[in-house]
Ligand binder design. Structure first.
Ligand code: NAD
Length: 296
């Protein structure tokens, strides 16, 4: 039985460990990233570092992309030297980046013109989920393509669900980002409130985790918030991008998202003041400032 060759483009905070998990699952992985150190890390783990997107697309059975935004995904996928220009008919493209549903549908259409299958398969679970292969993966596209992609997706994630036709994976991811933003804001407010009352915040977080207030942000991010360690993780600038997508998508259908819109403003302010490269849990620092309690 021949081994599936998986191409992987975008070997950053998420893509690096996801590609490593594909290698661990026994796939041949050929990867490309714009910067050299990320390519070198893939080679060190037993993958093949390619010199271009075209080289990856020319040999891969499945090409996964994990890039920052739609601009990068479109350049890599639709560009003159991109995936569709170089892939063989029958290749499957799985885009795990977070982009607008409309952009995902455009890519699906252009891929279909080249007889390339396309899935939008954004993920949730952060860098920890990527490292542990425990991501939630929300997949839009054709059922047959989903079935073909399943072994690759299962090597990177634990909760892998086909949610509907092309673009719907991204719609679900937009909702995911609304929920996560709300949770970060709520946890940040809780911590600032407790700190202002002089309560032992570490003990408080522990007990909150076991009750109805328990959530993944409290479990995975509160520790870093208390230590004031805002190493990304999920960068504020990327979450800001995602809330823009969610706000546009909400407006399109008349869905009211007042809490989401408020957090979007706060994340936007963080990016505007130059904090976009911090982890999104750094939202805590803005809540502190609004409470007159900045870092002493
Ligand atoms: P990242 O910036 O760490 O990784 C992106 C990588 O793509 C970088 O290594 C960059 O060099 C590379 N790249 C950019 N443009 C390129 C191009 N044209 N050609 C080749 N390589 C290129 O970002 P990330 O945190 O890994 O996020 C990737 C995507 O996943 C984003 O859409 C983000 O919103 C989404 N996401 C991130 C997280 C998280 O916690 N970090 C969680 C879920 C989803």
């Amino acid at each position: 039985m021949s081994t599936t060759t998986v191409g992987f483009i975008g070997l950053g905070i998420m893509g690096g460990p996801m590609a490593a998990n594909l290698l661990a699952a026994g796939f041949d992985v050929i990867g490309y990233n714009r910067s050299l150190p990320a390519r070198q890390r893939l080679a060190d783990r037993g993958g093949h570092a390619a010199a271009s997107v075209a080289e990856v697309a020319g040999v891969a059975d499945v090409v996964v992309t994990m890039l920052p935004d739609a601009e990068a995904v479109e350049a890599v996928t639709l560009g003159a030297d991109g995936i569709l220009a170089n892939a063989r008919p029958g290749t499957l493209h799985i885009d795990c980046s977070t982009i607008a549903p409309e952009a995902a549908r455009t890519i699906f259409g252009r891929a279909a013109d080249r007889e390339v299958g396309a899935l939008d398969a954004p993920v949730s679970g952060g860098d920890q989920g990527a490292a542990e292969a425990s991501l939630s993966i929300m997949v839009g596209g054709r059922e047959t393509d989903f079935r073909a992609a399943r072994p690759v997706l299962d090597a990177m994630g634990r909760t892998v669900v086909h949610v509907g036709p092309a673009g719907t994976g991204q719609t679900v991811k937009a909702a995911n980002q609304l929920v996560v933003a709300g949770m970060i804001q709520a946890v940040a407010e809780g911590i600032v409130f407790l700190d202002a009352h002089g309560v032992d915040t570490e003990a408080a977080v522990r007990v909150l985790s076991g009750g109805l207030a328990g959530n993944a942000v409290l479990d995975r991010k509160a520790g870093g918030m208390l230590r004031r360690d805002f190493t990304p993780g999920g960068r504020l600038e990327l979450h800001h991008k995602d809330l823009g997508i969610a706000q546009d998508a909400a407006r399109e259908v008349g869905a009211a998202i007042p809490a989401g819109a408020t957090v979007a403003q706060l994340m936007g302010a963080m990016v505007a003041r130059g904090d976009g490269a911090l982890d999104h849990s750094a939202l805590l620092t803005l809540v502190e400032e609004l409470s007159g309690r900045g870092e002493q």
